[in-house]
Design a protein around this ligand. Structure first.
Ligand code: ZN
Length: 157
């Protein structure tokens, strides 16, 4: 078995959709980025890549490539899973945190888990997502950004 760790942070901005775990969440601000800026999926991608020492998301899906402009990050997650399988590994489980002061995410967590499980061919109980506020501190707590952490355990097929 091997383990991978991922982290990401994006700014919240006007005139952007808020997409987390492939779920569009109604809110006055959205995450800024070249892709759909799905900060949760990005940290899971980095955790998967990290588990088999395959560099990082920017190496495989560069943010100056027009191909990835506004792309659905679930597509990138699917590609990342292929890279993992090519290395001879599969996912045992994923755990993750979303650090977000606003909006309240609990109504959307199960939909996010379903999206991720579907794309990675996992059972729902292999995908965990926890939402936290940042107690109104720092950029996340002030509602200026959303950050995420993820860990992924993999085993040789
Ligand atoms: Zn990102």
């Amino acid at each position: 078995m091997r383990i991978g760790l991922g982290y990401d942070i994006h700014r919240l901005a006007q005139n952007r959709k808020l997409i987390l775990g492939g779920v569009e969440i109604p809110y006055e601000l959205g995450l800024l980025g070249h892709s759909d800026a799905d900060v949760l999926i990005h940290s899971i991608i980095d955790a998967i890549l990290g588990s088999v020492a395959l560099r990082d998301i920017g190496y495989h899906f560069p943010d100056n490539d027009e191909k990835y402009k506004n792309i659905d990050s679930l597509e990138l997650l699917k590609e990342t899973n292929k890279l993992l399988l090519n290395e001879g590994y599969r996912i045992i489980n994923i755990d993750s945190n979303i650090i977000c002061q606003k909006p309240k995410l609990s109504p959307y967590i199960d939909n996010m888990r379903e999206n991720i499980a579907r794309v990675l061919n996992l059972e729902l109980n292999q995908v965990s997502i926890k939402a936290k506020t940042n107690e109104k501190m720092d950029s996340m707590g002030e509602g200026l950004s959303i950050s995420t952490n993820a860990v992924v355990l993999v085993e040789r097929v």
